[in-house]
Write a protein that binds this ligand. Structure first.
Ligand code: PLP
Ligand code: COI
Length: 355
């Protein structure tokens, strides 16, 4: 159990007008959580302080070799003012899977959850309640040793910042166009694709820029060896409804094990909806599309929630999924997941954590 010191701001910010559309990840609340780590001492000095700049030496290792990790989760508030997190223990566990890969020290699951709850509680008035909005929570750890040698740092900062946000894609639930990338790769087996670390996202930018230039929202990555099997999208996992069955690429070490992905699979299994985690080749997908069996495509992610895909581009061909609008199953899932998250429907799988 952390002993968290709290220093409240004496100069609260003016909150945005929550009735107007909120951007994703651009506005930050009044407070943030910080905790230090030093080798031999462990994690210490847990504190909540006014949101603001931090000072780091230019030689701090995170700037040079990218030893860092981050997470993403959301807080929701219902009309009665109750606040909820969605499966925060899963983010805490994934933090440690990432940390292990990047030689970052372990952060106890209960400390992660306690830190998130404490800072969200202090800024609970910043949780928007309009449809499609939430408080996006960004926990992260950075290596802070002042040293230019390549080695694991002996000092770290763990921080949690909060951003009242709207939909990740500017058009909300409108289906997005996805570019199937056949030139660049994101990750390979044995690499760090399963970890949530900045390098994976830096590596994705060139392909994303190419996709954006052609009017596509994100990139769908193929496996790094054969460029044949589907992996995931830039900021979400991917699902297909093929001939009545829900199919998603299996976890293979190069895909992020998404918490929303896990929730979708759990939902399908509990409700008796046929679903499979397996390898899916891009050829199989195109074949399913051409034979009229590809019924729906959607992404899953914390920021993206359930995001219908209306169009796929592969090499020189463009495929419109169904009639290009949101599929029935995608809409049902979106309603179920957001209903549980916001406290509007029964939490039948015990996913909600009240703050
Ligand atoms: N894949 C990538 C690359 C992501 O960045 C995300 C977002 O976190 C996801 C998948 C979905 O993961 P989750 O559902 O845990 O947010
Ligand atoms: C999330 O969904 O939480 C993510 O981390 C995606 C992000 C890269 C915006």
């Amino acid at each position: 159990m952390l002993n968290i010191r709290v220093e409240k701001t004496t100069n609260p910010k003016i909150k945005p007008d929550f009735t107007k559309p909120l951007p994703f990840g651009k506005i930050f609340t009044d407070h943030m959580f910080i905790m230090n780590y030093t080798e031999g001492k462990g994690w210490y000095d847990a504190r909540i302080v006014p949101y603001g700049k931090i000072e780091l030496d230019p030689s701090a290792m995170v700037f040079h070799y990218g030893q860092e990790m981050f997470e993403g989760l959301k807080a929701y508030r219902n009309e009665d003012g109750e606040c909820f997190l969605f499966r925060p223990d899963m983010n805490a566990k994934r933090t440690n899977a990432t940390n292990e890969r990047l030689c970052i020290p372990e952060l106890p699951v209960e400390d992660f959850v306690q830190a998130v709850k404490a800072v969200v509680d202090i800024d609970r008035d910043w949780i928007p309640t309009q449809e499609g909005t939430s408080l996006y929570i960004r926990p992260f750890i950075i290596a802070t040793d002042e040293f230019l040698g390549v080695a694991p740092s002996k000092n770290y900062l763990f921080m949690v910042i909060l951003s009242p946000s709207g939909a990740y894609y500017a058009n909300g639930l409108q289906p997005v166009g996805i570019w199937i990338e056949d030139e660049y790769v994101r990750a390979v087996k044995g690499g760090m694709g399963f970890a949530k670390t900045g390098g994976n996202y830096a590596c994705s930018l060139a392909a994303q820029e190419k996709a954006h230039a052609d009017g596509y929202s994100q990139v769908l990555w193929l496996d790094g060896v054969e460029r044949k099997y589907i992996e995931e999208v830039g900021a979400m996992n991917i699902f297909f409804k093929i001939d009545g069955k829900i199919v998603t690429p299996m976890l293979n070490g190069s895909i992020l094990p998404g918490i929303t992905r896990d929730s979708v699979l759990h939902y399908c299994r509990e409700k008796g909806i046929p679903c499979e985690e397996r390898r899916i080749s891009v050829d199989e997908l195109i074949e399913a599309q051409n034979s009229g069996k590809l019924e729906e495509v959607f992404g899953s992610g914390t920021a993206a929630v359930i995001s219908p895909v209306g169009k796929l581009r592969y090499k020189d061909d463009v495929y419109t999924i169904g009639d290009g609008s949101i599929g029935e199953f995608s809409q049902k899932l979106y309603d179920f997941i957001t209903g549980v998250q916001t406290g509007k429907i029964e939490d039948e799988f015990n996913w909600r954590v009240k703050i």
